[in-house]
Design a protein around this ligand. Structure first.
Ligand code: FE2
Length: 376
């Protein structure tokens, strides 16, 4: 086992050439943004925030912006074929195009990253309307995924210039999402180190935790994963690559159906996971099943916890412990027909890790579903 843990306080002592204030938004390219917006509003409890499209004079694509806590999703679909958005959807299905990060200075973020060999996506661009101005810039990361740096300290509008207010589709209640805990990328076999190096050299991130395939392997599937975190620890990007297993791993299945490297899952933090999961289930959100046997040995693995085991078992919530505390987590099924992007719901009670102890139980659950799809 090759586990190394570097504390967040140690990370913050090093000079940070790319100060990041938080996750600004996550943009998905989807086949039907209107229906996706309905899903995120009513199933996940996001609240309507902004819109851009034909009615606002934008003729390329429609975008719906929804927010819950500090989590902002943008759902975009093109009006016509023969453009990058349409091609992205044709190739990847619904998926994440943009992981946007809030910065103090988007021009500086662009300069610091591109001079360290980050591949330019968007040169610093100023957008303004009656609510002020923003500066956006961006670089490429794995696959067709990009990071956009958003400088919004001089902007008071709801989202970005060009967007208008939007009332959504009726009323929906939040489920308690607070912020984006982490976003995981799947990359090709043998390319994990290339992207670990990218986050370290180009973006100034540090490796937070690593575990090799012996930690997280099952009979059929395995993966290797390294977690990259920025200077203040707000932004965490684990990178997965497939490892040798007897059969096709879940990472390979993703890469095959996404037709490329991309975002595998977004983890959303909540303060009351029992409430959130009960509510999400009631609204029809599908979760991976957790074997009942998992709960028989749970207390032996994690020690005393505040939550009643029978409630966790009823809802399928997983628990893991590290040196600093414990965490509760659960994973949805993919939220589109392709077995690609899914969500993690996570409640941290001191633990700063990612549920390594649950990987085996989780993978076994994922593999049962892969087998059902004939992909194992
Ligand atoms: Fe995760």
């Amino acid at each position: 086992m090759s586990t190394t843990i570097e504390s967040l306080s140690a990370l913050s002592e090093t000079a940070d050439f790319l100060p990041i204030l938080g996750t600004d938004y996550i943009e998905f390219y989807v086949g039907n943004a209107k229906q996706a917006a309905y899903f995120y509003q009513h199933a996940f409890g996001f609240q309507p925030l902004a819109y851009r499209g034909l009615e606002t004079g934008y003729r390329e694509a429609a975008s719906y912006v929804l927010r819950q806590g500090k989590v902002t999703f943008v759902l975009t679909t093109p009006y016509h074929p023969g453009n990058f958005i349409a091609d992205h959807i044709y190739r990847h299905g619904d998926g994440v195009r943009v992981l946007a990060l809030t910065v103090e200075d988007a021009a500086q973020a662009f300069e610091e990253t591109t001079k360290r060999s980050g591949k330019a996506f968007l040169t610093p661009t100023r957008l303004e309307d009656e609510y002020g101005y923003v500066v956006l810039s961006g670089i490429h990361t794995y696959g067709d995924t990009v990071h956009i740096f958003v400088e919004r300290k001089n902007y008071r509008g709801a989202f970005l210039p060009g967007f208008t207010g939007w009332n959504g589709f009726g009323r929906s209640e939040p489920v308690g999402f607070k912020y984006v805990d982490h976003c995981v990328g799947n990359v090709y076999l043998g390319e994990m180190l290339q992207f670990v190096t990218f986050y370290r050299e180009v973006m100034g991130f540090k490796q937070l935790v690593s575990f090799d395939d012996k930690d997280i392997s099952t009979e059929y599937s395995a993966l290797m994963s390294k977690v990259m975190a920025n200077g203040n620890g707000y932004i965490k990007f684990p990178i997965n690559e497939p490892a040798q297993g007897r059969r096709k791993s879940q990472i390979e299945e993703y890469l095959e159906y996404y037709h490329g490297q991309g975002v595998q899952h977004v983890a959303l933090a909540v303060e009351d996971i029992i409430y959130a999961v009960r509510e999400l289930r009631r609204r029809g959100v599908e979760f991976l099943e957790t074997p009942k046997a998992y709960y028989e040995t749970l207390l032996d693995r994690v020690g005393k916890i505040d939550e009643p085991i029978e409630v966790l078992a009823e809802l399928g919530i997983l628990v893991d412990r590290d040196d600093e505390g414990y965490l509760l987590q659960i994973f949805t099924r993919p939220v589109q027909d392709r077995p690609t992007v899914f969500y993690e719901i996570i409640q941290r009670k001191g633990a700063k890790s990612f549920g390594k102890g649950n990987f085996k139980a989780l993978f076994e659950a994922i593999e049962r579903e892969q087998a059902r799809r004939g992909n194992l």
